[in-house]
Structures are given as structure tokens and as C-alpha cells.
Design a protein around this ligand. Structure first.
Ligand code: NAG
Ligand code: NAG
Ligand code: NAG
Length: 269
């Protein structure tokens, strides 16, 4: 009975084992994942596996930098290589690995750290290299202008490579300019439009109505209109409506009569 479950487990486990490079940033901090960092990872998702290149000339040598957001730099055989420095004629150096990712942000920037890079040979107390990438808000690009700013290695510890780039993912979320009230109004208007158009089409093509009869629920609305008119009549009218004046035709005699009538009403004495 448990055999199918076991098979499923084995298939899943072997699929994971076959693919040791989990193509995703692993956040620094062990089992306790920071909710803030996970939220930031979500914001970086559109850039996931995108490849960015930068280069830098130094003492006649050209250093190239390849940066992949939460993915493997595919020219490197080194596991988890997320930011790699290469120079013609030299083996590549991994500056930072995405299995050691740290993220912080401010209103219009996100800073990504890749640690666990290859160790320095002489500098910085032979510690692991680390990369910092400052991603600044730029609404016009999904990701662009990746450049190296500096390499700090004249310290005995906490050295770093600093990069910057532009991306819209670092921009603060745009607030909706529509208030709840206007959204409700729009929804209401749309519902009315759907009701009228849908009802019209239904009556015209399904029921086969013609003329004013095509208006949905026409009898109901006509009665409703009468009711509203009666209600208004009752509530708003200041003097009782006598059917005599109400239905009398407009004639010359009446024009003369009218002011008298009004005076009577205003000054009952
Ligand atoms: C690395 O990625 C580039 C761009 O996606 C692709 O053209 C190239 O074939 C890949 N190389 C390897 C070794 O996977
Ligand atoms: C990341 O992966 C590298 C290579 O497998 C390993 O040496 C390093 O210890 C890992 N870092 C973390 C924080 O797991
Ligand atoms: C940092 O990012 C989080 C997650 O997207 C966001 O909720 C927060 O407002 C951002 N911090 C600042 C200062 O904008």
C-alpha cells in the first residue's frame, strides 16, 4: 500500500540529488530565514538568472566580471558561483557565491551581498572574498548599467568588491492613485453598463424585443420610476397638489391667474 508513496519519494529525492546546483539564492543565517530578506528575494525574482557583465582596466589588464542574480555563472565550474572575475590567461576567481546571500534595502535601493568567495592569496588575512552589489531604482530598465565601483583589499579583514547597477525592482511600490471610493464607483458603473448592454442583447436576440422593450426589465424600471416620482412628490412638494391645477392646460387665462394664486398661498391671511 505504501509502495507508490515510496516510489514518489525516491523520484523526488533523486531529482534533487541529480541537480545539486539549486538555482536559487540561499540566504545567510542558517535555518532561521529573515522575513524581510525573503520579501526582498521576491522583489528580485524578475531578475533571477539574468546575466550582467562589467569590465575594468587596471595596470593594463582587463578584468571581466560576470554576475548572475540567484543563479550559476555558467562559465564557472565552481559550485554556487554568482559573481566571477576573469582575466585572460588566468583562472577565474569567484568573488561571491549565492549560497551565502544577504539582502538589505532602503526606500529606493537594494543591496545584495554574495559572500563565501574564493579566499585571498595574500591580502585581507586570507579571508573569503565578498561582493556587494548596490541596485538603485531606475524605472526605465529591468536591469542595466552593471559596473564595478571599487575593490577594497587594503584591510586585514572585511574586504569587499563593490558594484552598482540600475533596476526598476529597487523602486518603491507605486501607490495606487485611486481611492477605495472611486474604485467602488468604477465597479458600480461597469456593473450598470454590463447590466444594460447584456440585458439589451438578451432581449433583442433571445427574447426578440423591439424598440424601448429592449431595455432590460423595462416594466420594472417604469414602475420604479413612477414610485420614485410619487415619493418625491410626497416628500418634496410644499403644497398639496390639486389635480385641478396640475392637469390644467397652459392658457392665457391661467397666466393672469397664477400670481394671485401664489399670493394666496404665501399670505393666507
Ligand atoms: C551560458 O549562458 C549563455 C547565455 O544564456 C549561453 O549562451 C551559453 O550557452 C551558456 N553556456 C553554458 C556552458 O551553459
Ligand atoms: C557555499 O558553497 C561553497 C562551495 O560549495 C562552500 O564552500 C561554502 O561553504 C558554502 N557557503 C555556505 C554559507 O553554505
Ligand atoms: C524594503 O523592502 C521591503 C520588502 O519589499 C519593503 O516592505 C520595505 O518597505 C522596504 N524598505 C524601505 C525602507 O523602503
Amino acid at each position: 500500500m505504501y509502495a507508490p508513496l515510496w516510489c514518489l519519494c525516491i523520484v523526488v529525492v533523486s531529482a534533487i540529488a541529480d541537480n545539486p546546483v539549486v538555482n536559487d539564492c540561499i540566504l545567510t543565517g542558517g535555518d532561521k530565514k529573515s522575513a524581510a530578506e525573503q520579501a526582498l528575494l521576491q522583489r528580485l525574482a524578475p531578475l533571477k538568472n539574468k546575466i550582467f557583465y562589467a569590465s575594468d582596466d587596471e595596470d593594463g589588464d582587463t578584468y571581466k566580471y560576470t554576475f548572475v542574480i540567484c543563479g550559476q555563472v555558467n562559465t564557472s565550474t565552481s559550485l554556487y558561483a554568482g559573481l566571477v572575475q576573469s582575466k585572460a590567461g588566468s583562472p577565474d576567481t569567484v568573488i561571491g557565491r549565492y549560497n551565502d546571500t544577504h539582502l538589505i534595502n532602503g526606500t529606493d535601493w537594494i543591496m545584495l551581498f554574495y559572500k563565501s568567495g574564493d579566499k585571498y592569496d595574500n591580502h585581507c588575512g586570507k579571508e573569503s572574498r565578498q561582493a556587494m552589489v548596490m541596485i538603485s531604482c531606475n524605472k526605465n530598465t529591468p536591469g542595466d548599467a552593471f559596473t564595478i565601483i571599487s575593490e577594497e583589499r587594503n584591510k586585514t579583514s572585511n574586504c569587499f568588491y563593490l558594484f552598482e547597477m540600475d533596476s526598476s525592482v529597487a523602486c518603491p511600490a507605486e501607490e495606487s492613485h485611486l481611492s477605495v471610493g472611486s474604485i467602488l464607483l468604477i465597479v458600480f458603473a461597469v456593473l450598470i453598463a454590463v447590466y444594460i448592454i447584456g440585458g439589451f442583447l438578451y432581449k433583442r436576440f433571445v427574447v426578440g424585443a423591439k424598440g424601448i422593450e429592449q431595455f432590460p426589465n423595462i416594466t420594472f424600471w417604469q414602475e420604479f420610476g413612477n414610485l420614485v416620482a410619487d415619493g418625491c412628490d410626497f416628500v418634496c412638494r410644499s403644497r398639496p397638489r390639486s389635480s385641478e391645477t396640475a392637469y390644467r392646460g397652459v392658457g392665457d387665462d391661467q397666466l393672469g391667474e397664477e400670481p394671485e394664486e401664489r399670493d394666496d398661498h404665501l399670505l393666507p391671511m
